[in-house]
Design a protein around this ligand. Structure first.
Ligand SMILES: Cc1cc2nc3c(=O)[nH]c(=O)nc-3n(C[C@H](O)[C@H](O)[C@H](O)COP(=O)(O)O)c2cc1C
Length: 237
């Protein structure tokens, strides 16, 4: 779908940004170069992510990183499950439940993604194909699957996994790498557990495809905007 325009070496040249640059320039990428992330670099990223805060320091994240042949096998199994409609989410997902401003932002995000790929609003096949790119991990050489133990209603642990996921994404960004969180992978929890041989006691919250982003790809062209602070923050004094 996209042509490679940046090599990993090019990208390494503009690494080590400030913290503020790292936070503000991080974005979700949906096209990657095929080059794998070197093992020592990946361990640095994971060591950063391990510094994430959690309720009572319980550190309930359980991360499975999938690469190489297993990544190929998992991608094939996910495409097949998607084709057969074999969804098996551990956690309920209802996009229609996002109403008002939340629903508008959700639609705007999807619109930008499809437009960047040149997929028209009424092109249902094109939209399905664009959505199915999730199961090819957008060409990333690695996908991390974030599992959690069952503790109460799961909300506190899910909050901890959110903290962990963002630290992981920022640690990637700080090194010229990038990723995209993917709830859609969590909709096929049984498929992922089967391929990776994971106990049903561990619940799949989301995945993160990651690697060296293809900065020239159309899908990566438009950074998503954010609401004004006044829509999210209330000051009390
Ligand atoms: C928990 C979570 C799940 C997400 N799931 C998906 C997904 O399944 N597929 C996808 O393409 N993007 C997914 N995204 C990426 C969001 O669309 C993206 O974060 C949002 O549009 C803001 O854009 P930015 O990350 O580039 O700033 C997810 C993001 C989060 C935080």
């Amino acid at each position: 779908m996209s042509q490679t325009t940046h090599s990993p070496t090019d990208i390494a040249l503009h690494t080590a940004p400030s913290f503020v640059d790292t936070v503000r320039r991080r974005q979700s990428y949906r096209d990657f170069l095929p080059a794998p992330v070197p093992g020592p670099l990946l361990r640095e990223v994971l060591t950063d992510a391990q510094c994430s805060p959690s309720n009572c320091n319980t550190q309930p994240w359980n991360m499975h990183i999938v690469s190489g042949q297993t990544r190929q096998d998992l991608s094939r199994a996910l495409h097949e499950a998607n084709k057969q409609g074999q969804v098996s989410p551990d956690f309920f997902w209802d996009e229609k439940a996002y109403r008002g401003a939340y629903g508008e932002r959700r639609q705007e995000q999807g619109g930008i993604y499809y437009r960047n790929l040149g997929v028209a609003r009424d092109d249902l096949d094109g939209r399905a194909a664009a959505g199915a790119r999730n199961f090819s991990f957008f060409g990333a050489p690695h996908v991390a699957m974030l599992f959690m133990p069952t503790v109460g209603d799961g909300v506190r642990v899910a909050g901890d996994l959110g903290m962990y996921g963002q630290t992981f994404l920022l640690a990637l960004a700080a090194r010229g790498l990038g990723g995209v969180p993917q709830t859609v992978l969590g909709l096929y929890a049984d498929t992922v557990r089967d391929v990776l041989g994971i106990s049903p006691d561990l619940k799949l919250l989301y995945g993160i495809s990651f690697g060296y982003p293809d900065l020239g790809a159309a899908s990566n062209r438009t950074p998503m905007g954010r609401a004004d602070l006044s829509e999210s923050v209330t000051f009390h004094s």
